[in-house]
Design a protein around this ligand. Structure first.
Ligand SMILES: [Fe+2]
Length: 273
């Protein structure tokens, strides 16, 4: 059950409206990492879970995100207000001025409509909690960028509050994930295939124009890792043809390859005519 209380979670003050900044704020209203997306993602995940602890966590944070939506919506509306009456401001964003009457609507900063495709809901807590941690991290960085582009002290304060809450939620989701008591790589129920799971394929090789070379780090070195060099040129096992050797690697003839690509694209254009 939802109940609306006629006050904001954080008081919003705007000294000088800045319609362009108001437009940027819409990213957190109707954008991919915005408050509505967060509110819907967590609340729908909460509806889907039967775990009472997880449900409570998801509904608590999902509901707080709705309160954030109200704060960011109020802030954006205050900055967009000149679009109601100022012709010059209205010309900058006819979608808001003419279609929306100078108010907020569920669009992102580019005028793209909000979509449920933004939501990540799998019904598996170890997956959904990771999506939520990532969502909070993305929202945090969007708020940080908005703060960096903001001149208005009152707006900055509200954005600082919203940014801070993303870290609070991130912490709660991380601890909830931890409380599941599952090893970090345990996802779903089926076990991954032994051996293959520990192979790191070095699929990007050679020396780049800026001197880039193959790098080693904890992501492909030490522990259980087996570093597989040039897997495209090693023995491959195929269900139909059995085991086979690939051709030995040879250095690519860059000039010939680019000539071939150019002639391919020329002949395909000819065909299209
Ligand atoms: Fe939020």
């Amino acid at each position: 059950m939802y109940h609306h209380i006629k006050k904001l979670m954080y008081t919003v003050n705007v000294a000088t409206p800045d319609p362009r900044f108001g437009n940027m704020l819409l990213e957190q209203f109707g954008g991919a990492n915005g408050e509505l997306a967060a509110a819907m993602q967590y609340s729908i995940q909460g509806l889907n879970t039967t775990d009472p602890g997880l449900k409570d966590l998801l509904m608590d944070i999902g509901t707080e995100e709705l309160s954030h939506l109200e704060v960011i919506g109020t802030l954006a509306r205050m900055h967009l207000k000149p679009l109601k009456t100022d012709r010059e401001a209205a010309e900058r964003d006819p979608l808001i001025a003419i279609c929306g009457g100078g108010g907020v609507n569920l669009y992102n900063s580019e005028g793209n409509a909000w979509t449920a495709d933004y939501l990540k809901i799998t019904g598996e807590p170890e997956v959904d909690l990771r999506s939520n941690i990532a969502a909070e991290a993305r929202a945090k960085i969007v708020y940080e960028r908005l703060i960096n582009f903001c001149d208005d002290p009152g707006s900055k304060e509200a954005l600082q509050f919203l940014m801070t809450r993303e870290i609070t939620h991130m912490k709660a989701f991380m601890l909830a994930l931890d409380s599941l008591g599952r090893p970090a790589l345990s996802i779903g129920k089926l076990e991954p295939s032994p051996g293959i799971v520990d192979q790191f394929f070095n699929d990007s090789t050679g020396k780049g124009d800026d001197g880039e070379v193959d790098m080693r780090g904890p992501w492909n070195k030490g522990g259980d890792w087996e570093f597989v060099s040039n897997p495209a040129f090693t023995t491959v096992r195929d269900a139909e043809t059995g085991e086979r050797e690939s051709d030995a690697p040879s250095l690519p003839n860059v000039e010939a390859a680019s000539k071939a690509a150019a002639s391919d694209s020329h002949s395909s254009k000819q065909k299209r005519k």
